[in-house]
Write a protein that binds this ligand. Sequence first.
Ligand code: ATP
Length: 242
Amino acid sequence: HEPKPVLEVSDLCVAYGKVEALHKVSLRIREGEIVTVIGPNGAGKTTLLSALMGLLPYRGEVAYVGHNLDAHVEVEERVGQGLTLVPEKRELFAEMSVEDNLLLGAFHRYRSGLRDHAQTMEEVFALFPRLKERRTQAAGTLSGGERQMLAMGRALMAKPKLLMLDEPSLGLAPLIIKEIFRIVAELKQTGVSILLVEQNARAALQVADYGYVLETGEVSLEGPSHELADDPRVIETYLGLG
Ligand code: ATP
C-alpha cells in the first residue's frame, strides 16, 4: 500500500511586504520519504522552510499528518507535533557544551512530561560518534562539519516525524558533505520523513526519493529524483559538469 502523506502543501504563498517570495508552491512528503527542494540562490528555499516552521506568515494550505496548520499555529505547537528545522545557520549556543545543546532539543518533550532524553541522546551519539567524543566541548569550538552534526542531533532530540534540513552541506568540505549525506540516508532507515533543501543538487538528488525544483518562488519541475537527475534541464542548470 501507498505510504501516507506526512505533509501536503497546496498553493503556498509568502510575501515580504509587497514582494512575493513564494507563489502557489505545492508539494507532498510521504511517510519515511526523503524529499528534496533544489534551486538557485534566492529561489525561496529558506522562505519555504521558515513558513512551514511557523516563522513567517503565509497563505495556502498546509496539511500535516491530518492537521490543518494555518499560519497562526505557533512554532512551539509545531515542534510538539513533530516538526523540526535544522536552520542554515545552525544556530547553536556557542558557549554551551555539545551535551547541553542536545538537551535543549529535548526541551519540548521534557516539558510535556517525557523523560526519555538520556535514551534519545544515546541514539544521537550512535549516529554521530564524533559528538559523543566531544560531549563536554563548547559548541563554538567545533569544526564546521561537527557543528552541522550537532544542529542535526539537536533536532533529532525532539524525535521529529518530519525533519527539515536547510542546506546541510553549505560551507563544508567535500568529504564532510559525503558524511552528512550518508547520515541523512541512515536517518531514513529510522522512519523519519525528511525535507531537504539544497543548492548541492547532485548530492541531494542522490539521497532523495522525490524532488522539486524551485525557481524564483515557483515550482518549475518535479519528479522522482532519478528522473530529475536525468532531465536535460536539470543537468544543464543544476548538475553541469561539476
Ligand atoms: P539562499 O540559498 O541564498 O538562502 P533561498 O532559496 O533560501 O536562497 P530565500 O532566502 O528564501 O531564498 O529568499 C527568497 C527571496 O526572498 C529572495 O529574493 C530574498 O531576497 C527575499 N527575502 C528573504 N528574506 C527576506 C526578508 N527578511 N525580507 C525581504 N526579503 C527577503
